[in-house]
Design a protein around this ligand. Structure first.
Ligand code: BGC
Length: 700
């Protein structure tokens, strides 16, 4: 073939920085100019005016908004903060799939669009700060708030977080949370997360660092828990040494809500700028007392108040445009919620049954109370209400034109199910079993609408859900399980009995329509697991939901499973499709400070689909302990049947370093690196070895 007639493959750039960060106002701030303006303003402020910058303005939200800062005399409008991670928690708004579901798309461009949409809805409601994203690493999948976060992997988490932040910061300030190590729910107000310096920097903080340095997140929320026995809201190492001195953060830190501030002088000195939601420790009286006793000095007040004023001026809060409220739940956002849901579902098993065909004569039974339940996730601070929600039942009813659909509640007579060609069971979890845990609400409103949640002590489904799956699988000709939940669920006890399993997460207001589209093949499932599904909890580290002291290390999730050579039920990064893919032609080009990795991906099946290619690195002869492998890149190839694309990923040297506590810094070690590519953390057919001798890189 001559060069003219060679077909050019589609070229896909895995993480297109220009696209991801477009329009992020935080990245466009002219810091020199702002600093001059802020200093001039600060010079006119009294001590009392400065103190007023340091606390929220009311204990309960007003129409969903918490106010802080602002000063009419100075022409500063207050911050109006609103949750949160799956949509604007103020009146009606578009309820998107939860973050863990969005993370399963491995689609940064899509997550940017979600950020744009949520930011726009918050702005249209008059808000200017969205209390999102939640980026606490999923150390253990039993964490009650797993659904709010993106991943068990810091690289994956960082990529999704910067995409969200850059999207949302087209309109409003963001507040990645909870800084840091907030990954156990029930004891969150008291527990100490204990950690060594290396694990902190390598595993638990890189995504916070990227959020600040790459996406210029405007603020950060501190965490309720302690780190190494010091509350995060008054931790000078976290809030000053790392966040500001090391990473160069110029925004403000606000406390987490009810018990996020624990002191006056210690918290202010450490760098916790705003006490939320109102004032107790940071009252004028307490601060003046601390000043009088010499515990605190006025420079600290000036410094912290300046940070609060700084973003106010930089973002021109008083002049921020309020978009037309009709953007809230507009057609575009509804379509986006559906697209995200479709791309977030993870096909975990398919014994030649999916996709279904909507043909006359096909008898489908839909089973389970959850099929007819609005199940959008927990009812803690990330609770979002939409004006309309499509459930699995309403979605399938709207979709099916030719086949027949019969709905059975969980306690209906299920012995008739054998008459149906296909039985679809909807099972899983709700806000009752997992979510943010708010003790007072829990006590007062046992049967009510508010939060219950908390951490899960077991991965097993509640007994009644397992019983439902067993019963259906026992009588049905073919059983498809649709699983709802915000994290890993134990499937080993019933997986063999069913023909297909699709993980839905909490799929948002358009979930039902998305389910119909995926089940009937309008689109192929393409999600991949952002969390390992262990066979049982025993495969992970010990887990005690009442623990007050938790040791963190380099090992959790797939890192731990790999290290212990344990086979999970489904590995991190796993997910099936209705089509098949082939990966080949791995090419690696070394530049001065990074690798350009290109791989050809071909859709070898008969329908269109998406493959998510993952790049892991193993360090083979290191002089320090290394986990077996770590994710360092991923990209999505959306391909028609028969189509091939060249997918390009960029692997920087900074991602190959480890943190050396002795040098208090990052080290690119002279040793061998194995770059592995594939379609899950346990299916990596392509690899390329490289040796770094301290100066040069050589392929081996
Ligand atoms: C949660 C935060 C949330 C805040 C405001 C806290 O209890 O931990 O994530 O943003 O409440 O609702």
């Amino acid at each position: 073939m001559s060069w003219q007639s060679q077909p050019l493959n589609k070229r896909i750039v895995a993480f297109d920085k220009e696209l991801i960060h477009a329009g992020n106002k935080g990245l466009a701030i002219d810091h020199e100019e702002v600093a001059v303006e802020v200093d001039a303003l600060m010079a006119t402020m009294t001590l009392s005016q400065k103190i007023n910058q340091l606390h929220g303005l009311q204990p309960a939200s007003i129409d969903g908004f918490y106010y802080a800062g602002g000063d009419e005399e100075l022409g500063l409008a207050p911050y109006k903060m609103v949750d949160g991670p799956r949509g604007a928690r103020a009146g009606m708004a578009t309820a998107f799939p939860v973050a863990i579901g969005r993370a399963a798309t491995f689609d940064v461009e899509l997550e940017r669009r979600v950020g744009l949409a949520m930011g726009l809805e918050v702005a249209a409601k008059g808000g200017n700060v969205i209390l999102a994203p939640t980026i606490n690493l999923l150390r253990h999948p039993g964490w009650g708030r797993a659904q709010e976060t993106y991943s068990e992997d810091p690289w994956h988490m960082g990529a999704m977080a910067v995409a969200f932040i850059s999207g949302a910061q087209n309109h409003v300030l963001t507040s990645p949370k909870h800084f840091a190590l907030n990954n156990l729910e029930i004891t969150r107000f008291d527990l100490s997360a204990n950690i060594d310096v290396r694990s902190l920097h390598e595993v638990y903080l890189p995504h916070f660092k990227r959020s600040i340095q790459e996406a210029a997140a405007a603020s950060v929320m501190s965490a309720y828990n302690k780190m190494n026995d010091v509350y995060c809201g008054e931790h000078p190492i976290l809030l000053t040494d790392i966040l500001r001195d090391d990473w160069g953060f110029t925004g403000f830190v606000e406390s987490d809500w009810f018990l996020g501030t624990r002191s006056t002088a210690a918290a202010i000195d450490a760098g916790m700028d705003i006490e939320m939601p109102s004032t107790h420790w940071y009252s004028e009286e307490n601060i003046n007392e601390a000043l009088a006793s010499g515990e605190l000095n006025e420079e600290a007040i000036h410094r912290n108040a300046r940070r609060v004023v700084y973003q106010n001026v930089a973002w021109q809060i008083a002049d921020m445009e309020v978009p037309d409220e009709r953007v809230v739940e507009c057609e575009e956002h509804i379509a986006l919620a559906r697209e995200v849901a479709e791309k977030s579902f993870v096909l975990l098993k398919n014994d030649k049954i999916l996709p279904l065909e909507d043909t006359p004569g096909l008898k489908v039974a839909l089973v389970g109370d959850l099929a007819d339940t609005v199940n959008l996730g927990d009812r803690g601070s990330s609770f979002v209400t939409s004006s309309e929600v499509s459930t699995p039942l309403s979605g399938l009813q709207a979709f099916i034109k030719h086949a027949s659909l019969h709905y059975f509640r969980s306690d209906d007579d299920l012995t008739r199910l054998g008459e149906f060609d296909i039985c679809i069971v909807v099972a899983g979890l709700t806000y009752v079993e997992e979510g943010e845990f708010i003790p007072t609400q829990q006590q007062e409103v046992e049967e009510g609408e508010l939060a219950r949640g908390g951490d899960r002590e077991t991965f097993a489904l509640p007994d009644h859900q397992r019983f439902l799956i067993d019963t259906v699988a026992g009588v049905a000709k073919k059983t498809i399980v649709l699983l709802e939940g915000g994290s890993a669920i134990q499937v080993t006890d019933w997986l063999d009995k069913v023909d297909a399993l699709l993980m839905l997460w909490y799929p948002g207001r358009e979930g039902g329509h998305a389910i119909a589209n995926v089940l009937f093949g309008n689109c192929s499932p393409s999600g991949k697991l952002p969390v390992s599904f262990p066979r049982s909890m025993d495969q992970l580290m010990p887990w005690d939901v009442n623990s007050l002291s938790v040791d963190h290390s380099l090992l959790h999730g797939y890192r731990l499973l790999d290290h212990q050579d344990q086979e999970p039920a489904f590995p991190f990064g796993f997910g099936m499709s209705y089509t098949t893919f082939d990966l080949d032609g791995l090419q690696i080009e070394r530049t001065a400070d990074h690798f350009n990795v290109t791989v050809s991906v071909t859709n070898t099946g008969t329908v269109s689909g998406v493959e998510i290619v993952q790049l892991y690195v193993s360090c083979t002869d290191s002089t320090v302990f290394r986990v077996p492998k770590e994710l360092k890149g991923f990209g999505r190839a959306e391909l028609e049947a028969g189509e091939t694309a060249d997918l390009e990923m960029n692997l920087g040297d900074e991602d190959l370093r480890y943190y050396d506590p002795e040098q208090n810094g990052w080290v690119l070690e002279s040793c061998s690196y194995d770059l592995q590519l594939g379609v899950s953390s346990r299916d990596l057919p392509l690899s390329s070895g490289w040796l770094f001798d301290g100066v040069e890189w050589q392929p081996v």
